[in-house]
Design a binder for this molecule. Sequence first.
Ligand SMILES: *Cc1c(COP(=O)(O)O)cnc(C)c1O
Length: 362
Amino acid sequence: MQKKYFLLNPGPVTLTERVRNSLLQPDMCHREDEFAEMQKRIIDKLKHVYPSASKTYTPVLLTGSGTAAVEAMLQTFAKHDEKTLVVANGVYGERIANILKKQNKPYTMIQSEWQHDIDLSRVEDALKSEKYGYVASVHHETTTGRLNSIPALGKLCQKYKVPMLLDGVSSFGGEKINHDEWNITAVAATANKCLHSVPGISFVQVRNELLENGVSYSTSVYLDLISYYTNQKSGFSPFTQSVHVLYALEEALNELKDQGGFEARHKFYLEKSSYIISTLTNAGFELFLDSKDDYSHILISFKIPAQFTYELLHETLKEEGFIIYAGQGNFSGKIFRISIMGEVQISDLDRLCKNIIKLAGK
Ligand SMILES: *Cc1c(COP(=O)(O)O)cnc(C)c1O
C-alpha cells in the first residue's frame, strides 16, 4: 500500500475520502446515455463554480493534464495571421510561448524576472504599437505563488480591445475570476488543483459565441476544442474520456458546493496560507516575493535558510508525512514551496511548520 502523505505540492492534491471513494463505481461506456447524462451534469456544475460566468461561458472537457487544456486553448484560438502577446513571469507563462512556438503561431513575449509582477507598461506599449489577436497570461504563477495583476492586464485588454486567453490551471475554483471585466475569451483549468479532484481531466471555459461560431485554428486533431464542443452538446466526446476520473470530478464539485462554493474555499485557503506565512515569518523565515500581498492564497514560496538544504528539508518532511515542492530553474535549491490546496487542515499545517522551525534550529 502507498503510504499516506499530505500533498503540499501544487497538484495533485490530498483527496477527501468522499472523492476517493467515488472512483470505485461500476464501469461505464463513454458511448452510452448514462455517460452523456453524467458529462452534462458535470458541465453544468462546472459552469456554476463562477455563477457570474454561467450564462456566457461553457467549459469544454478533455482527458489530459492541465497542460493539455492550455495547449488546446492555444491550438483552438491563437491565430496564424495575428500575433499573440504572451505576458510571462515564470515557468507557466514561458510555457505558453513555447507551446505557440511549437504550433508555429506568431507571438511576442513580454517577459519579467520570476520574482517580479507582469510588466504592464511594456504590455501597454506593445498594444499601442501593434495589433494583436490575443493577450495570453497566467493568473496564479505557480512558479513563485504570485497572483499576477490580471485585473490590470484585463483593463488594458478592454482599452485596446484585445481578448485574453488565461492559464487559470492553479487558480480555478480558488481565486476570483472576473471573466467579463478581464475581456476573457477562454480560461484553461484542471480537475486536480483547486477543485480537489484526481488528475486526468482538464477543461477550457470558453465564451459561448466562440464555441457557436465554430472557428478553430487547431492543427491538432486531439486538442481541437471545437470538435469536443460539437460532441459535448449531446453529452459525448470525440475520444475516450477518463470515465472514473469524471466520477471523482462530479463528487468533488458536489463537495465544493456543500462546503459553500468557491468563495468559502477561497476564504479557507486564505486562513491556511496566512497561518503558514505568519508562523514561518515570525520564526525568521523570509518570503521569496517582496510582500505577502504578492501571493495567491494557494501557494507560498520561502527562501531556504542557511541552516538546511532543500534536500534535507524535503526528506525530513517526507518522513513526517508531508510532500513539499522545490524551486524551478534558477531558484532550484534556493526556495521551497508549500501549497495548501486539498484536504489539509490548520492542525496539519501547524505540525508542518513546527517541523520546519525545528530543522532550522529556531
Ligand atoms: C499545474 C499547472 C499547469 C499544468 O500542469 P500539468 O502538470 O500539465 O497539470 C499549468 N499552468 C499552471 C499555472 C499550473 O500551476
